[in-house]
Design a protein around this ligand. Structure first.
Ligand code: VGL
Ligand code: ZN
Length: 198
């Protein structure tokens, strides 16, 4: 069975949000149109405590979008975003949510970031997404959402590593950086992901 994964389609990643992905809102009509084509739709939600260490605000003297080392892992410092319980953390009001069977929250530990919907960036803690999908008989995952070069990319990478066939729905995602996405795309292609443009 194929599943559709909606990655982080939240207000803070859309225009007007604190970490808006350019053109992010353009994916919404297609994402809604795609959902009925899948027997299973699941979503991820970036869900940070207010003191999350990926926030530049937690590192006085370090600029937004600068890089630090956080407990041994490279970390980009982001604007505060997707804080638990705030409007920015909610799914887009335009996103059809009635077919979403399960929501996997990530980024909840203050000391480690989590781009992938499957694991934190240190691959220490699983969200349970892979076991959930296997338990539902899924062998192939199709990914869309935000951002193509971060959370959609890392989710696709982990999905491949977990043994799922992966289709990256390119028209239903947008990137923070075009160069970052070009590198990400190459890595995914090398590892066997397919790219769909419908
Ligand atoms: C994301 C940066 C920080 C994403 C989440 O959803 O792509 N990017 N947190
Ligand atoms: Zn985040």
């Amino acid at each position: 069975m194929k599943a559709l994964l909606l990655i982080d389609i939240q207000h803070d990643f859309l225009p007007g949000g604190s970490l808006a992905v350019p053109g992010g809102h353009e994916i919404l009509p297609l994402v809604n149109q795609l959902q009925p084509n899948y027997e299973l739709v699941a979503a991820t939600q970036d869900w940070h405590p207010a003191n999350h260490q990926s926030f530049a605000s937690q590192h006085p003297g370090h600029a937004v979008f600068s890089q630090i080392s956080l407990h041994g892992l490279p970390q980009t410092l982001w604007p505060d975003h997707c804080v638990q319980g705030t409007p920015g953390a909610e799914f887009s009001a335009q996103l059809h949510q009635h077919r979403i069977e399960a929501i996997f929250r990530k980024g909840t530990s203050p000391e480690i970031d989590s781009y992938s919907g499957f694991y934190d960036n240190g691959h220490r803690k699983s969200t349970g997404l892979a076991d959930y999908l296997r338990g539902r008989g899924v062998h192939e995952v199709h990914l869309c959402g935000l951002a193509a070069d971060y959370c959609v990319f890392y989710s696709a990478l982990d999905a491949l590593q977990e043994g799922f066939a992966v289709v990256f729905l390119e028209e239903a995602t947008r990137a923070i950086s075009a160069e970052g996405y070009a590198r990400a795309r190459q890595q995914l292609e090398q590892r066997g992901a397919r790219f769909s443009t419908t």
